[in-house]
Design a protein around this ligand. Structure first.
Ligand code: PGA
Length: 247
């Protein structure tokens, strides 16, 4: 658990090759202020096949970012065609695992039951779960039930490790980019804390950019942000980090 502000780069199915990874990280390294090392926990979530390349380029450009995956499977080995185990990603240096992103629910049919199993194995394998929640403001009961399912089998002392992402689906840039009102953002953060614990780490995701970052972190008090599109734009991404350093 860190007290730094989280900036999590969800690269999704990008970039396409190692050269593009190199260019992106080199440009970020030239534009970010060194203060991030003390103040910002920067986590890159690359596609699986590029994780090793990212690790190499982070060293090359002297960047102290953390690595994570966009998904894991709920078992460590076996006959699960096309899946990647928590153990495998840990072996190549991942510390975090994003779990239950709405795009996986939407396009791959990921269910609450699968997500629950993924959180459990992440904790067992000492990967820090970054757990996505997409509540609607009129369904707090559903959110509470969902959280109960996710947390009931996780021992108390391990629950605290989970980083919660509040990500309204319609706020995601490719899903309309409609960010909820200030009141709703504050209310949701409060509700999630009530349903978890008072010092739960809650970050915001959905159309974060260099013009609205201060709002989320300073004004609404989120513990950080999950960034999709703008994490692939070195100017935007560096500006987001540089602004957090100065807060
Ligand atoms: P966005 O994506 O920043 O492009 O809205 C966020 C996400 O889907 O995690």
């Amino acid at each position: 658990m860190t007290n730094k502000t989280y900036v999590i780069a969800n690269w999704k199915m990008n970039p396409q090759n190692e050269q593009d990874v190199s260019d992106l990280l080199e440009n970020i390294s030239k534009a970010i202020d060194d203060g991030y090392r003390e103040k910002v926990e920067i986590i890159i979530l690359p596609p699986y096949v590029l994780i090793q390349a990212v690790a190499n380029f982070l060293k090359k450009y002297s960047l102290s970012f953390q690595l994570g995956t966009q998904n894991i499977f709920w078992q460590n080995s076996g006959a699960f065609t096309g899946e990647i185990s928590p153990n495998m990603v840990k072996e190549i240096g991942c510390k975090y695992a994003l779990i239950g992103h709405s795009e996986r629910k939407l396009y791959l049919g990921e269910t609450i039951n699968m997500i629950e199993k993924k959180i459990k194995i992440a904790i067992e394998e000492q990967l820090i779960p970054i757990l996505c929640l997409n509540p609607r403001k009129d369904s707090m009961e559903k959110l509470s039930e969902e959280l109960t399912i996710y947390l009931e089998n996780i021992p108390n002392e391990h629950r605290q490790k989970i980083v919660f992402v509040y990500e309204p689906i319609e706020a995601i840039s490719t899903q309309g980019g409609k960010i909820p009102s200030s009141e709703e953002l504050v209310e949701m953060k409060k509700n999630i804390k009530k349903m978890t614990w008072p010092d739960a780490k809650i970050i915001y995701g959905g159309s974060v950019n260099s013009s609205n970052i201060k709002q989320f972190v300073q004004e609404f008090g989120f513990d950080g942000v999950l960034i999709g599109a703008k994490s692939l734009d070195p100017k935007e991404f560096s500006s987001i980090i540089n602004q957090i350093i100065k807060l």
